[in-house]
Design a protein around this ligand. Structure first.
Ligand SMILES: [Ca+2]
Ligand SMILES: [Ca+2]
Ligand SMILES: [Ca+2]
Length: 144
């Protein structure tokens, strides 16, 4: 059980506007996403910033605002995500629902591992530089 899909959801959500115009003439893959995720603007993305995005995603999915998301909320959020980022056959809901009680709390959602962060952080220093991020996004695009 990994949080791959969950983090993919966060990245996909952050990437959506860029991916939407990817067919056209956009030259710097990931640049806009990068600056959106780099909320303190120090030029690198750290795990906390990724967690912040994940928290925002949770809040967006938690349409009832009761601190837990249901299978419907997760699945309806998932419909907007690109298949290649969610190629797991396992529902992201089941991956995030660590205690299997049918509700994903914010805590469970934030506790999921960050495999994509690890994948993109090629020198393993816990921070994503624009170069690391751009080459990761490029790899994703080329893996289509
Ligand atoms: Ca930063
Ligand atoms: Ca749960
Ligand atoms: Ca790094």
């Amino acid at each position: 059980m990994t949080g791959r899909t969950i983090l993919a959801m966060v990245l996909a959500a952050a990437m959506a506007p860029v991916v939407a115009c990817a067919q056209g003439a956009f030259q710097e893959p990931g640049q806009r996403i990068f600056s959106r995720v780099d909320s303190n603007g120090d030029g690198v993305i750290d795990r906390q910033e990724v967690l912040d995005r994940r928290g925002e995603l949770f809040d967006r999915m938690d349409s009832g605002g009761d601190g837990g998301v249901t299978r419907e909320e997760v699945d309806s959020a998932k419909r907007g995500f690109r298949k290649r980022l969610t190629r797991s056959t396992q529902s992201p809901f089941d991956m995030a629902d660590a205690d299997g009680n049918g509700t994903v709390t914010r805590e469970e959602f934030l506790a999921a591992p960050q495999p994509i962060f690890d994948q993109a952080d090629s020198n393993r220093d816990g921070q994503l530089t624009p170069d690391e991020f751009t080459s990761f996004v490029t790899r994703l695009r080329e893996s289509r």
